[in-house]
Design a protein around this ligand. Structure first.
Ligand code: PNW
Length: 495
C-alpha cells in the first residue's frame, strides 16, 4: 500500500469518527447562546402608570372582553413594571446568556409620535432593566414591536394600513437605538408580523380586531411592515452599527408543514403553505421580493374576483434593492407542525388570504397535545424547518427566538414541558451537527406564565409559575426551570 493511500484511509477513518461523534453529540457548540423571552404587554402591567399611553391591546381587552377567553386584561399581568428586579434575579438563577424582551412603544412615546413628546419615566424603566442586565452579564435582545401599537396611531392614521407608519416607526426605532443601543446586542424590529397582520386585520382575533377588507388589508399591513423593517435596518446600519456593534433582524412565526403523503401534489401544497407563511416576509428581506407563488396566485385570483390589480401590493425595483439583505440573522419562533394536504383551489368568491393558499391543514391524532389547541408536540419539526430554511434561503444564520410548551393550569412538576424542551433541543442538535444548519441560539418561551393574548391567563408557558390571584404576583419555579438551568450550566443535553 502506498503512503498516500494510507494517509487517505486514515483521513477517511478520522472523518467518519468525527462525523459520527458529531452526529451523536449532546454538547452544544462553544458559542451557542441560550435565552428566555417575554413581551411587554404580556408581562408588564402598569397599563397607565407613570405617563404610559394607551395601546391597541389595552383598548382591545377593555372594549372586547368577549374576545379574551377569561375576559382578562394585561392591566397588571405579571406586574413586571414593578417586579423587574425579581425577574432579572430569576434570569441570573437560570444562567441565561441573553434575555429577549420588548419595549412598549406607548410607554416611551404615549401617542406613538416622537414629536408629541417622550415619556422619560418610561425610558427610565427600560434603562433600569438594561443596566441591571448589564451588571449581571446578561445580553439584551430587544423587540421593538411585539404587537402593542399606540392606540393613538391606530386612530389618527390607521396604524399598519397606512404607509406613513414607515417613518413614524423609524423615528421610534431611532429613539430606542439612541437611548438604549449601547447596551443592546440584538434588535428585533417585529415579532411575528405574519401573525399580527393576519390576526389583527383578517381573522380579527387579535388587536385591533379588524376584518374590514378581507384578502387586502392583511397584505397591506405586511407591505408596510416590510418597508418599516428595511428602513430601520438601514438606519441602524448607517448610524448605529459601528458604534453599538449589535445585530438586527425580524422574527417570523414558523411552523413546519409536513406533506401528508409522498405525492407531488401534497409536497407542492406543503411548500405553498411554507411560502405563504414564512416566505411572505423571509423572501423579501432575503431575496428582495415576495415568493413567486404568492405573486402569481394572488394576482390570478384578484383579477378573477374583479379587482383591477393584484391584492398583493407590488414593490418597485428600487424598493426591492433596498429591502433585499436587511437581516443579520433570521429569528424563528417555532412551536409545532401541521400536516398539509393538496386540495383543489377554493372557488373564486369573496377574497380571503386563507383561500389564496388553498391547502388543507390538520394535526395527526397521534401527536401529543398541550394547553393550546394549536400546539402539538412534534420535536422533529424543528429540524425539518431548520433544514428547509437552510436549503431555501442559502444557509442564513438562524436564532430560535421562541420555543415552548403550554399547560392549561399551574403544574409545578411539569414533566411535559421539560420533555418538550429536551426533545426539541435534541432535534435542534441534529440540525446543527447532521444537517449543518447555522443555528446559534435558542430561546425558551417564556420566563413566566403571562397574558397569553386571546387566551388570557388560561394557558401557561412559563418556566416560572405566576399566581395571578395573588396581588404580589409571586413567581414559583417549575421543574422545567431547574432542567433548563442544568442544560445552561453544562451546555449539554441531559435526560
Ligand atoms: C407567539 N397560534 O405567538 C408570540 O410571539 C408570543 O407572544 C406568544 O405568547 C407565544 O407565541 C405563545 O403563543 C403565537 O395560534 C400565538 O398558532 C398564537 C399562535 C402562534 C404563535
Amino acid at each position: 500500500m502506498s503512503s498516500s493511500t494510507l494517509v487517505f484511509i486514515i483521513t477517511l477513518f478520522c472523518f467518519i469518527c468525527t462525523t459520527t461523534q458529531e452526529a451523536n453529540s449532546q454538547i452544544f457548540p462553544p458559542n451557542f447562546k441560550f435565552g428566555v423571552a417575554t413581551a411587554s404587554y404580556q408581562i408588564e402591567g402598569g397599563c397607565n402608570e407613570d405617563g404610559k399611553g394607551e395601546n391597541i391591546w389595552d383598548r382591545f381587552t377593555h372594549t372586547s372582553p368577549n374576545k379574551i377567553f377569561d375576559h382578562s386584561t394585561g392591566d397588571v399581568a405579571c406586574d413586571s413594571y414593578h417586579k423587574y428586579e425579581t425577574d432579572i434575579a430569576l434570569l441570573k438563577e437560570l444562567g441565561v446568556d441573553f434575555y429577549r424582551f420588548s419595549i412598549s412603544w406607548s410607554r416611551i412615546l404615549p401617542t406613538g409620535y416622537v414629536d408629541d413628546g417622550i415619556n422619560h419615566r418610561g425610558v427610565e424603566y427600560y434603562n433600569n432593566i438594561l443596566n441591571l442586565l448589564h451588571q449581571n452579564n446578561i445580553e439584551a435582545m430587544i423587540t421593538l414591536y411585539h404587537w402593542d401599537l399606540p392606540q393613538h396611531l391606530h386612530e389618527s392614521m390607521g396604524g399598519w394600513l397606512n404607509e406613513t407608519i414607515v417613518d413614524i416607526f423609524a423615528k421610534y426605532a431611532d429613539l430606542a437605538f439612541h437611548f438604549f443601543g449601547d447596551r443592546v446586542k440584538y434588535w428585533i424590529t417585529f415579532n411575528e408580523p405574519n401573525n399580527f397582520c393576519q390576526n389583527g386585520y383578517e381573522t380579527a382575533i387579535d388587536a385591533p380586531g379588524l376584518a374590514n377588507n378581507l384578502g387586502v388589508d392583511v397584505y397591506t399591513c405586511a407591505h408596510n411592515v416590510i418597508k418599516s423593517h428595511a428602513a430601520v435596518y438601514h438606519m441602524y446600519d448607517k448610524t448605529y452599527r459601528k458604534l453599538q456593534k449589535g445585530k438586527i433582524s425580524l422574527i417570523l412565526y414558523t411552523k413546519w408543514a409536513q406533506s401528508s403523503t409522498n405525492t407531488h401534489k401534497d409536497f407542492k401544497a406543503a411548500e405553498r403553505s411554507l411560502q405563504f407563511q414564512f416566505g411572505w416576509f423571509a423572501n423579501p428581506i432575503i431575496k428582495g421580493n415576495y415568493p413567486r407563488i404568492m405573486i402569481e396566485r394572488i394576482r390570478e385570483r384578484s383579477i378573477k374576483e374583479g379587482f383591477q390589480k393584484s391584492r398583493l401590493p407590488k414593490f418597485t425595483k428600487k424598493e426591492i434593492r433596498y429591502i433585499k439583505g436587511t437581516f443579520d440573522f433570521i429569528g424563528v419562533n417555532h412551536y409545532t407542525t401541521h400536516m398539509v394536504k393538496w386540495i383543489d383551489d377554493i372557488p373564486i368568491g369573496k377574497p380571503s388570504a386563507f383561500k389564496d393558499i388553498s391547502v388543507e391543514e390538520y394535526f395527526k391524532d397521534s401527536w401529543k397535545g398541550s394547553g393550546s389547541f394549536w400546539l402539538k408536540v412534534v420535536p422533529c419539526g424543528i429540524r425539518n424547518i431548520a433544514k428547509w430554511i437552510k436549503n431555501t434561503y442559502n444557509n442564513p444564520n438562524i436564532i430560535i427566538t421562541e420555543n415552548g410548551y403550554s399547560d392549561g393550569e399551574i403544574i409545578l412538576h411539569d414533566f411535559d414541558r421539560k420533555n418538550y424542551h429536551k426533545n426539541y433541543l435534541k432535534y435542534l442538535l441534529k440540525a446543527i451537527y447532521n444537517d449543518h444548519v447555522n443555528i446559534t441560539g435558542y430561546t425558551a418561551w417564556s420566563l413566566l406564565d403571562n397574558f397569553e393574548w386571546r387566551e388570557g391567563y388560561s394557558e401557561r408557558f412559563g418556566l416560572y409559575a405566576v399566581n395571578f390571584t395573588d396581588s404580589s404576583r409571586p413567581r414559583i419555579p417549575k421543574d422545567s426551570a431547574e432542567y433548563y438551568k442544568i442544560i445552561l450550566k453544562t451546555r449539554h443535553l441531559i435526560s
